[in-house]
Structures are given as C-alpha cells and as structure tokens.
Design a protein around this ligand. Structure first.
Ligand SMILES: [Zn+2]
Length: 434
C-alpha cells in the first residue's frame, strides 16, 4: 500500500495528538498576536494564549462564523500583504458579500500536501491521467485538484466544467484513468455516455473518481459505482480551509482529516463536545494557515469524527458523511427536513435515478412539499396503476424517514434541469407575507 508521507500518516495516535496540541497552541499564539479579530474576541472572553494548555482550555475560545468573512469583506481578515500572497479565491455566499480567501506559498503547499496524501491513499499515482471537471477560476475546486495531482506526478487534463460530450470524447480517446467533479455531474456524464453509446467499462480506462463540492449520500455512491464501474471517493473541504482538502482512502470509510493540518470538533445542540463518533455540528480549526485565522470556525456541516484506526493503516481521524447542514435545513410544517435525507431515500429505491427536485409551496396557508424524481430509463411504464403504486411507495418511504408527508411526482428521465456545478435541489416558493 502506498503512502505519500508515511511517517506522519501512520504516526501513533498519542504522538499525533501531542503534535496537534503543539500546533494548536502555536497557532492560537500567532493569531492572537497578528489578527485583530482573534485578539479582540479572546480579550473579550478574558483569555490569553497562555490559557490554552490543553484541548479543554482551547474549547473555551470564542467561535468564528461565516459572518466574520462577510463583515470583514473584502480582505480585512488577511494577515499578510499582497506581496506575500500568491493566490486569491472567491466563493459565492448564499447571502450578502462573497467570501474572499487568500494564500501564501506555504498555504498553497499545505493545501497540495493535504490533497496529495488523499489522492495516494486511494491508489492514485504518477501513472494516472486525471480529467478535472471542476471549474477553473474563482472556485477552489479546479486549481486545488490540479496542483495536488501535479504534486504526486499525475497528468492533468484540465477540462473544467461544461461541454459534456467533449468531456466524454476526451475520456474515451485519451487514457484517462481518474476523474474529478461533483457527484451529480459524474452521474450526468454516465447518463450521456449511455446516450452516446459509450460504455465506460469497455471504452475508457477510467477506474477512480474524486467527487465533492456538494453533499451526497452513500446510496448515490453505490448507484454511480454500479453504473460505471468507477470507484468514487468522497472529498470534503471549503474555501475557508483551502478548498477541497480531505479525501477518502481506498477503504471509503470517511475522509482522512490530517491532524497536523486541521483540528475538528463536533458539538451537540448545547454547544458541548460530542463523544467520539457521535454526530453534531463541525467546528474547524486550521493549524498551519498563514493568510487569515480559522479558529473554531462553525462551518455549518453536520457529521461525526471517528478516530479508530483505519484499515488502510492511517491513524488520522476520519470525517463521516455529512448528514446535512445547520443552515440548509428546511423547516416544513415545523419539521426539520434535510435534502440529504430525501436523497438517501431516493437512492434506496431501484426504479429511481438520482435526479430530484424539491419545491416548497403554500397551499391553503399550509406548507406543501413537492418532490419530483426522475425514473430510471429501464423503469418506464405506461401502466397507470403501476405508476400510481410506484409513486405511493416513494411517498410512504419518505414519510417514514421525514415524519412529514410530501407529494411525489415521478418524471421522465432527463426532464429535470441539470447543473454542471453544484446541484440546486430546492426551490422555496413559500410566501409569509399574508
Ligand atoms: Zn484509511
């Protein structure tokens, strides 16, 4: 089994935690001395870097939030002059100002190191030709994957987004072995391959994929893998870290979060630390970042951290699949609904494809949730009774998971809008201004 940095990746947990605590203390000190935001917040809380002696005391530090980036737009959080920066990326905020992130050369190196370890962990090497369909531009995905792949000596085909037929022609005509993109785009490519008469197993050398940039479910992975024969590895990150940063190894048992690069906490509803392996809100601290502070950042994702040693031999903690976000949660008739829950039900039903869309409306002053889902090509039927039965089955399965009823519409394959970047699964047409 190959490693990119075996010594650090397999360091015994006790040693690793010692290393992590040392980096944590150093980073708090650096940020206290250089960042006004961190300095003022810690002072307000009556804390100084000397108070951080262990994890317990670190957990008393104030949080950072998405609004810190918005409030310090465009670059007031930066701690380095532009002479020392080598790159700036911009991510679209859901509301208000976009989030602007900068990188020193060390930040770039750490980013590439993090992803390079991940790529090697699922079997990529300098023998691979990776087709990178992530957007090259302000979005971090394209250039992030690009530099890491080059770092391990792989060859990059920088197709960027769009031009699906051209993407497929290239993956057929060149010895492309790996693919990077969003999971929904990979699924879309598989669909278009079918309509072009391209058999991924027979006509391409594709065997590995990195999928990320949007939340997705385990059942969607199974569907993509069965359809294409490609092993798909989940990727986790955010522009506030560096960009896509942490990848699943060949065991596909959660993304390895390198403990010398990042410290992740999981908090329960009361803001207390969850027990190991328990689900809660992720709070992220970047341990080596130079350009701006990221200390106890509430990223808004819900997941769990597993420290148990991975079968691959790596000792670093693993981030389990996301089960929603604290901020894309839909409240429908008072019930919390996560689109990821709906996606996972859809994934379990064999006659459905993975394309769906949720529309929320007011009907007679009541919230109504309409879920359109595409049927699989092979499950089309003219039999109305059969279709009604299939529809009812989906509605019942959804109700048992969501504890709320919804209206399901089964639609023809290919009829829902496709997104080449992140999928947009929800349209909220509800009005509250009666
Ligand atoms: Zn592993």
């Amino acid at each position: 089994m190959a490693f990119w940095n075996k010594e650090i990746e397999t360091m015994p947990r006790a040693e690793l935690e010692k290393l992590q605590l040392g980096l944590l203390k150093k980073q708090v000190r650096t940020m206290y001395d250089s960042s006004k935001l961190i300095h003022d917040r810690m002072k307000e809380a009556g804390l100084s870097p000397a108070d951080v002696t262990d994890l317990k005391s670190f957990h008393k530090l104030p949080f950072m939030k998405k609004t810190d980036f918005r409030d310090n737009y465009p670059d007031k959080l930066f701690l380095k002059p532009y002479e020392e920066l080598v790159r700036v990326h911009v991510s679209s905020g859901t509301t208000g100002n976009p989030t602007i992130v900068g990188y020193t050369q060390k930040d770039m190196d750490d980013w590439a190191e993090s992803l390079a370890r991940g790529m090697v962990s699922f079997g990529m090497s300098n023998k691979d030709l990776i087709q990178n369909s992530h957007g090259y531009g302000l979005f971090t995905g394209g250039l992030g994957v690009h530099y890491a792949a080059e770092r391990i000596g792989a060859t990059v085909l920088p197709t960027s987004t769009g031009g699906t037929e051209k993407q497929i022609r290239l993956m057929r005509d060149l010895p492309v072995t790996a693919f990077a993109g969003t999971p929904s785009y990979l699924f879309h490519i598989a669909d278009v391959c079918e309509s072009m008469g391209v058999d991924i197993r027979r006509d391409t050398k594709l065997r590995l994929a990195i999928a990320g940039g949007e939340p997705w479910s385990e059942s969607m992975r199974v569907k993509i893998q069965n359809k294409t024969g490609i092993r798909v590895h989940n990727c986790y990150g955010a522009s506030e870290f560096y960009g896509p940063s942490f990848l699943e190894c060949e065991k596909q048992a959660g993304a390895h979060v390198w403990a010398d690069i990042c410290y992740m906490e999981v908090l329960d509803e009361n803001g207390d630390q969850c027990a190991e392996g328990e689900r809660g809100e992720l709070v992220v601290t970047m341990l080596q970042k130079e350009t701006f502070p990221l200390i106890r950042y509430r990223i808004g994702d819900i997941s769990a951290i597993e420290w148990e040693k991975c079968e691959c031999g790596r000792t670093h903690p693993r981030l389990m699949r996301l089960s929603g976000r604290t901020d894309d949660m839909l409240v429908v008739r008072g019930i919390n609904v996560f689109p990821s829950q709906i996606e996972s039900v859809i994934g379990e039903i064999p006659y459905l494809s993975t394309f769906y869309h949720i529309t929320l409306e007011n009907q007679n002053y009541m919230d109504a949730m309409v879920i359109e889902v595409e049927l699989n090509e092979s499950s089309l039927s003219d039999d109305m009774v059969e279709l009604a039965k299939m529809t009812r089955n989906v509605e019942e399965r959804l109700k048992s998971v969501l504890s709320i009823s919804s209206k399901v519409r089964l639609v023809l394959p290919g009829s829902l809008k496709r997104f080449e970047g992140k999928s947009q699964h929800v349209t909220d047409n509800r009005r509250y201004d009666w």
